[in-house]
Design a protein around this ligand. Structure first.
Ligand SMILES: O=C([O-])[C@@H](O)[C@@H](O)[C@H](O)[C@@H](O)C(=O)[O-]
Ligand SMILES: [Mg+2]
Length: 435
């Protein structure tokens, strides 16, 4: 993990393995970064002052560079580094061979398809970006063409503290969102999100306070934003019984209830009497989960995420499966930056039936980005699909270097919402379900 990994790709030749000269992969540069994150609360604890991501630069023999972005953390970073060795010499247009080479190198130590999916997906996006740059076409064209010119996103509301408290000699760190710890605070945050970005639907991250308090927050949002779609996601903080109670109380107020409880059978139990559809990005995260979930009618909405479903093309295939089995489609997000937002926007533009606006954490993290600003902007809650070649965004090398340096200096190597909460509130225990 040397700082020069964040720099400009080198131009040395590598032996070819297949494909057309020029379109073969010469090098995959994998750069871990850290960026600022506010104190957002969830069922696991609270976000740390920094979040981690990994940035990919896929360099072809002709010097073309494709960009990718994936989740952070040492474990998945190591897998990306193994993948980087496996793809050298392959043709960037042969994404089947690229995925197979990565699968082969990871299979002995990473048996789960979901876990391998994190790696293959990140590299696929970088391949598609490079392909688009070579062809002078946007990634949406490589996915079959866009069916919408802009993609709607939802405001992602979080209970939050006003600041990261002073800790271990570090001063307190505030932000311009303020505190949100009750219904009035949540409504105020939603108003700010709407003012700043124009969002027209809202998702509240729950599982933080006792269910009646979160029911009250949703009721307050419904009153403040009549007719605008609302969702609640407690990340499995509730038992089946509590989930059924909350679903009953929120009848008529939610477009869907996301992951109220754990496991496919648990969700199926809740779904039997739920007045609103149930959604997941937790119990259906790999292809082998689809069959039992559909057979048990455990979910009615799937939140897809190209970061682990195998990439952008696989996401389109997943959308077709959902359509065939009558599942509605929405999109999951985790803390992310602009390369991911561009990829999410391209794939969402190319999915014929997108039933709900997509999730995005971007407003919480966009102050630190690795792309040159100006392409991705929210207008009326939507992001216009970039029309430039590839993903349509350019890497800001200085920003990448700065955030890579922050990663190195921070010493942070994995996300630990629970551990951070415990340092602030000793005695805090992770309990799922909690209620
Ligand atoms: O950022 C968070 O705290 C979220 O809870 C995130 O980790 C989840 O993956 C996600 O947003 C979700 O919809 O479950
Ligand atoms: Mg969720």
């Amino acid at each position: 993990m040397t700082p020069d990994r964040a720099g400009t790709p080198s131009r040395t030749d590598t032996p070819s393995r297949s494909g057309t000269p020029g379109t073969r992969i010469r090098e995959l540069i994998v750069t871990p970064i850290a960026f600022r994150d506010p104190p957002l609360l969830n069922s696991n604890g609270v976000h740390e002052p920094l979040a981690l991501r990994t940035i990919l630069q896929l360099v072809l023999e002709d010097g073309t560079v494709g960009l990718g972005e994936s989740t952070g953390g040492a474990v998945r970073l190591e897998r990306l580094e193994a993948a980087a060795k496996a793809v050298v010499g392959l043709d960037v247009f042969d994404t089947t061979a690229v995925a197979a080479a990565i699968d082969a190198v990871l299979l002995p130590t990473v048996p789960g398809s979901h876990e391998r999916g994190w790696t293959t997906s990140a590299v696929e996006v970088a391949c598609l970006d490079a392909q688009g740059r070579l062809l002078g076409r946007p990634v949406s064209d490589l996915l079959g063409g866009r069916v919408r010119d802009s993609v709607p996103f939802a405001a992602y509301l979080f209970y939050k503290w006003a600041e990261h408290p002073a800790l271990d000699g570090r001063p307190a760190v505030g932000d311009d969102w303020g505190e949100a710890l009750d219904p009035a605070g949540v409504v105020e945050q939603a108003r700010l999100m709407q003012q700043r970005y124009g969002f027209r639907s809202f998702k509240l991250k729950g599982g933080v306070f006792p269910p009646d308090e979160e029911i009250a927050a949703i009721a307050a949002l419904a009153e403040a934003f009549p007719g605008q779609p609302l969702r609640l996601d407690p990340n499995t903080a509730w038992t089946v019984e509590t989930s059924a109670y909350v679903a009953g109380q929120l009848d008529g107020l939610l477009e869907y209830l996301e992951d109220p409880t754990a496991t496919i059978p648990g969700m199926a139990e809740v779904a039997k009497d739920s007045p609103m559809p149930l959604a997941t990005n937790m119990c259906v995260v790999a292809w082998e989960h689809l069959r039992p979930a559909i057979e048990q009618n455990a979910i009615q909405v799937l939140l897809t995420d190209h970061h682990y479903w195998g990439g952008l093309r696989r996401t389109r295939e997943l959308a077709a499966v959902c359509e065939a089995f009558g599942l509605a489609l929405s999109m999951h997000s985790n803390s992310h930056l602009g390369i991911s937002l561009a990829a999410m926007t391209h794939v969402a533009s190319a999915v014929p039936r997108l039933d709900h606006s997509c999730d995005t954490h971007y407003p919480w993290n966009s102050a630190d980005d690795v792309i040159v600003p100006g392409v991705l902007e929210f207008r009326d809650g939507e992001v216009a699909v970039p029309t430039g070649p590839g993903l349509g965004v350019e890497l800001d090398h200085d920003a990448l270097e700065r955030l890579h340096r922050l990663y190195i200096d921070s010493g942070m190597r994995s996300r630990d919402d629970t551990g951070y909460m415990r340092r602030i509130r000793p005695g805090y225990e992770l309990r799922l379900p909690r209620w």
